[in-house]
Design a binder for this molecule. Structure first.
Ligand code: GCU
Length: 609
């Protein structure tokens, strides 16, 4: 009797710690902490039937009485009589960070489960806390350390970590993940998207060491609409009162001393004049230091304000025009997720080459490194969660998932001056359930961070030659942003575009969040020849003429910077699983339309000087 009740208690406790682990927000500025990279070559086993997770009665091995039997045991045959039907040591390796699709021809279109294993040495010290931190895993991860489950996570683009203090061994440790990238109707995103479903550990993995009472989160930004009022908030991982905290910005000779409150938190606002404000033209970042008696964290933070006023967008109180382009998290030259600073800098430099001052990082949270580069290079950012198309609007767990992903995005990037817009979704079909879902997300965004704009790609419909924008979601977001594909999906040839006009219900700044058309780089014809660079070029010229009719036009975001892979694009000559709307081809060639956009941006830069 005693034994069985103990077992029940243990199962409840381990479920609870897993749940608790899974819900804790990601640690702020992980790269500014004491970290050991777990990137590199990981052995992997492709497991389409989850043979390493379920027994032949489809019961999970990690919930059996022994909690063993799965691939997470990482067993190796020691005796010739033993039967073991897997072996990580003898299995192939792939690079982490890196999606599996672009690292193995066998896995290019694979959707399912892959096990990945990394062995690493550790020297844990008494009194220290240890976390394993994942910058992103697509889509669902079951994580095991030294044969024991430490947690699960869903969501392909946001960071998460698990406390491994009690499980980390001195010497060799074995970290194993079961990653499942299968699309499902009730997930975020759902089953239908227009991008490649890259699976795997697609971003960095770290083992992070912390003192007890460590600083888990902080925010230092200007208060909305005030270029001289800074807001500083910070919290410890546990509610330790009376901890001495010093905030300093040496360049400004700014130093503020605090003691944490009963909840281990600090909340303060203070005036500081003559800050050099961040902008695309002058992307000023300050060295910020936050110190406790046990930690010394450095970060680089820019300060700016972003607001809407009537139909204007004000950056630091000045009218601005968003000269943008959309970007997927994919390196067109490698056809895989962006993996490194080099990848990301290339993409953002292409945007700068086109005279952009803003990028829409579609349709999901991009790599934190991408946002930090945007801070450094001077590009405003539209950040987005993958609430895309036909989500399961009435499913509470779907909403909880969307809310968690939005929370994780805002928690991670709230100190990044480049981020000016939180987007809660893209082209979501009208319904009462959708409106309620999206209004709640908009409220969540504002509650977590009222210093940035909230947007979404709204729905637009046509009446004859008029595009009508009266999506009720427009009431609760700051921009009238919508996608329109006149000249590609509808509306005739590029020359016909000038006949279209707009009827926009809201007196808010208008940002066209997507428009454009396909061109196969290097294919030429006249301006009515579909797929030719000339067609795309004419489409952009006429789009800009058409869009200039919108008096409240305050930004445009052509779709898209570079050709990207999509399972929806099957034409054997023009597409081959590539969406060709890029202004740059998958070989890095700038198409003719690229220069049409650049010319338009040069004009807008002069107009908004
Ligand atoms: C949609 C969608 C994009 C998609 C694009 C296209 O607007 O938002 O994700 O790639 O159209 O059809 O190319």
């Amino acid at each position: 009797m005693l034994r069985s009740s103990f077992t029940v208690l243990f199962i409840c406790f381990s479920l609870f710690t897993t749940l608790v682990n899974a819900q804790v927000n990601a640690i702020q500025n992980i790269q500014g902490r004491k970290i050991q990279s777990l990137n590199g070559k990981w052995n992997y086993i492709v497991d389409p039937y989850e043979n390493g997770y379920y027994d032949y009665r489809h019961e999970p091995f990690d919930q059996s009485k022994s909690g063993t039997g799965g691939y997470f045991d990482d067993r190796v045959q020691k005796d010739k009589t033993e039967l073991i039907e897997y072996n990580f040591d003898l299995s192939p390796q792939m690079n982490v960070p890196g999606d599996w699709n672009s690292q193995s021809a066998q896995l290019s279109l694979y959707e399912g489960n892959v096990w990945l294993r990394r062995k690493f040495d550790a020297r844990p010290e008494k009194g220290k806390k240890y976390y394993v931190y994942f910058a992103a895993v697509n889509y669902e991860a079951n994580v095991y350390l030294n044969g024991k489950k430490i947690g699960t996570h869903k969501g392909g683009f946001t960071p998460f970590q698990f406390d491994v203090t009690s499980r980390l061994k001195t010497g060799e440790n074995t970290l194993i993940l079961k990653v499942d990238n299968t699309r499902k109707p009730d997930e975020i995103p759902t089953v239908n998207t227009d991008w490649w479903n890259y699976g795997g550990i697609t971003r960095d993995v770290y083992l992070a060491e912390f003192p007890d009472h460590f600083i888990s989160d902080y925010k230092l930004q200007l208060v909305k609409g005030n270029n001289n009022l800074l807001s500083f908030s910070m919290k410890l991982a546990d509610a330790t009162a009376g901890q001495d905290i010093t905030l300093s910005i040496p360049e400004l000779k700014l130093e503020k001393k605090y003691k944490t409150d009963a909840e281990g938190k600090i909340n303060d606002e203070f005036t500081w004049n003559n800050l050099a404000l961040w902008s695309p033209e002058s992307p000023k970042l300050y060295g910020v230091n936050i110190k406790s008696d046990k930690e010394d964290i450095n970060d680089k933070i820019g300060f700016r304000t972003i607001q809407v006023k009537g139909d204007s967008i004000l950056l630091n109180g000045k009218n601005t025009f968003l000269r943008g382009v959309s970007i997927h998290d994919e390196n067109p030259l490698l056809a895989g997720r962006l993996r490194s600073e080099g990848d990301m800098r290339m993409m953002l430099q292409w945007a700068k080459d086109m005279n952009c001052n803003y990028v829409r990082l579609a349709h999901y949270p991009h790599n934190e490194e991408m946002i930090r580069l945007a801070d450094e290079m001077g590009l405003m950012v539209w950040a987005e969660v993958p609430v895309y198309w036909t989500i399961s609007w009435t499913n509470p767990s779907t909403y909880a998932n969307a809310k968690q992903q939005l929370t994780d995005l805002i928690v991670r990037d709230k100190n990044r001056a480049s981020v000016v817009i939180w987007s809660i979704g893209n082209e979501t079909p009208l319904s009462d359930a959708r409106l309620s879902f999206m209004k709640n997300l908009a409220e969540t965004a504002r509650t977590l961070d009222d210093s940035r704009l909230v947007a979404a790609a709204l729905e637009v419909h046509r009446d004859g030659n008029t595009m009508i924008l009266n999506d009720p979601l427009g009431e609760v977001i700051d921009l009238v942003s919508f996608n329109e594909y006149a000249g590609w999906y509808w509306g005739g040839t590029p020359a016909e575009l000038v006949k279209y006009s707009f009827d926009i219900k809201y007196n808010k700044p208008v940002v066209i969040s997507e428009f454009g058309g396909d061109a196969l780089g290097g294919f030429h014809g006249d301006e009515n020849t579909r797929w030719s660079e000339e067609y795309q070029e004419a489409l952009y010229k006429n789009q800009f003429s058409m869009l200039s009719k919108i008096s409240a036009l305050r930004g445009v975001t052509p779709w898209i910077l570079a050709d990207f892979r999509s399972p929806r694009r099957q034409h054997p000559v023009y597409q081959n699983f590539w969406n060709r709307k890029g202004l740059i081809s998958e070989t890095g060639k700038k198409k003719k339309a690229f220069f049409v956009v650049k010319d338009f941006y040069d004009q807008m830069q002069t107009k908004y000087k």
